[in-house]
Design a protein around this ligand. Structure first.
Ligand code: FAD
Ligand code: SF4
Length: 479
């Protein structure tokens, strides 16, 4: 095992992301050694650390002289390529093993993808439910419906969510504190803070985090899955993505725990199905899309977006309250929930027309759960529509009014989400109309865009010109 500086610097990683990965590795190393396994481990601060996984592999081959290499399927195409190149140069056979932390194999996904139907999460999810028997009664979905997503869109009243059980927090132990010191020293210029670091770093903690979520927050998870609220970073979300991605928690345990809560009557079906859909559906689907379409996928840019990422993405210094709240929370914790990622930071970049590779690099750097197989399809496909519809059947575009409906951000903002042209016009709303005007001709063929595009019909030429002018000023002021 090797701690390679390159893994923290090839994107400008959040300090919490680096800390979590290294701490989880060191805990795993210690457990293996306690169980009697010999581990060759190279720490980041070793004076002869070569700085990259491939060079450390080469060094190990020179010293250990193995007959063959065995590797679990990595989380990034880049890493697999680099390690394969080293194995070939050393003339060693390399066996890439299936990663048992997923329900579906890559071959299974490719077979499904090759069946000629449009690649859609909903049909893949149905297949996975049937194959695993999760939330099934015989061959029928539990409750009669495959998805309860219409019951996942609840919002809070004006008084807010009230008291939400706080997620289980894990104070950094000695190993984590040592890593934190190293990260503060070695990556002092990197974004983010470690003050609030409380992520599970070993399987025991991950299990406790799952039990805590299942018991205290899962029952309301489904209803408020899409809601946002100031100073409530986690709401009813599980915070389990990093534990699952780092293999501290097997997704089977997460899904089983949720299903058990439904069967014993402690959580309703809309919540349990909502959670199962995220883990058994979306999580498996994005991984399949990643490996099926890489490496070409990374270069896709269907909307020809080429604006630079606004600098405030790294600081949160903006007057747009929704972005300020989401980005500052992200810098503090390395976390934002799905709707904050998709409908605040992601939506703004999409409407502004930011180069999807810049957006991709930001998402890969800034979240504690960021691994490319999960991040890239979510960013490039679901959020930026850069894959032209492989992942999502239409671009997820909305005006500031959507954010106003799903959160209290707009109430504390100097902008007005219902305005597109006035002095206090919400930039999301101005850019929303600009997006529809710019991309309308290309998107008109898409039946799912019809309703949104028809709203442009009453717009006069003058109004379209005014929106273009307002957008142009906005772009200048943002950079
Ligand atoms: P919950 O809301 O509690 O959901 C439960 C679990 O479902 C998550 O832990 C996660 O494992 C899984 N899940 C939910 N939605 C997705 C999804 N769309 N894709 C994959 N898994 C999902 N997730 C990552 O794990 N790593 C990433 O790098 C990542 N990047 C993203 C980038 C963008 C632009 C967007 C829109 C989403 C991204 N996601 C990513 C998906 C999702 O936002 C996070 O998994 C989720 O917010 C993690 O918080 P949670 O554990 O509290 O999730
Ligand atoms: Fe965000 Fe616009 Fe609402 Fe302000 S008014 S919080 S910028 S959506």
């Amino acid at each position: 095992m090797a701690e390679a500086a390159e893994e923290s610097t090839y994107v400008w990683s959040h300090k919490a992301r680096i800390t979590l990965f290294l701490s989880a590795m060191r805990h795993f190393r210690d457990t293996l050694r306690e169980n009697g396994t010999a581990v060759h481990y190279r720490q980041l601060d070793h004076p002869r650390n070569h700085g990259s996984l491939s060079l450390e592999l080469k060094r190990s081959i020179d010293i250990l002289k193995p007959q063959r290499l065995v590797l679990t399927q990595p989380g990034e195409w880049r890493v697999q390529k680099a390690l394969t190149t080293i194995a070939e140069a050393a003339n060693l056979p390399l066996e890439v093993c299936n990663d048992g932390h997923f329900f579906e194999t890559l071959e299974g996904f490719s077979q499904y993808a090759g069946e000629g139907k449009a690649l859609r999460m909903a049909s893949f999810y149905r297949k996975m439910r049937r194959a695993t028997g999760i939330l099934m009664t015989g061959d029928k979905p539990e409750g009669g419906k495959w998805s309860y997503d219409t019951e996942n869109r609840g919002t809070f009243s004006k008084t807010g969510p009230g008291k939400i059980p706080q997620p289980k927090s894990f104070s950094p132990d000695g190993t984590t504190r040592e890593v934190m010191k190293l990260v503060e020293k070695r990556f002092s210029g990197h974004p983010g803070r470690l003050t609030h670091f409380d992520w599970p770093v070993n399987p025991g903690q991950a299990s406790k985090a799952l039990a805590d979520f299942t018991q205290k927050r899962l029952p309301q998870f489904g209803t408020y899955q899409d809601a946002m609220w100031t100073k409530c970073s986690y709401l009813y979300h599980s915070r389990l993505s990093s534990a699952m991605n780092l293999k501290l928690l097997n997704p089977r345990e997460a899904v089983t725990s949720a299903e058990r809560a439904y069967r014993n009557g402690s959580a309703p079906l809309n919540s349990v199905e909502g959670f199962v859909r995220q883990v058994l559906g979306w999580r498996e689907y994005v991984r399949g899309v990643y490996w099926h379409f890489m490496p070409e996928y990374e270069a896709l840019n269907a909307l020809n977006a080429n604006a630079p990422l606004p600098p405030f993405y790294w600081t949160g210094d903006t007057e747009m309250n929704c972005l300020r709240e989401t980005i500052r929370q992200t810098l503090d914790t390395g976390y934002a929930h799905h709707i904050q990622r998709l409908m605040v930071t992601g939506l703004f970049a999409l409407l502004l027309g930011v180069d999807p590779r810049e957006v991709h690099r930001w998402y890969l750097a800034i979240y504690v759960d960021a691994v490319e197989w999960a991040e890239l399809p979510n960013t490039l496909g679901m959020s930026q529509f850069a894959d032209g519809g492989i992942m999502a059947s239409k671009p997820y575009v909305a005006s500031g009014k959507y954010i106003g409906k799903m959160s209290n951000y707009c109430r504390r903002c100097r902008y007005d989400p219902s305005q597109a042209l006035s002095d206090d016009a919400c930039p999301f709303t101005t850019l929303y109309w600009d997006f529809l005007i710019r991309h309308g001709p290309a998107l008109r063929e898409n039946p799912r865009m019809g309703l949104q595009l028809r709203n442009l019909d009453p717009f006069s030429k003058e109004k379209c010109r005014a929106i273009a002018a307002k957008t142009s000023t906005l772009r200048k002021n943002i950079q």
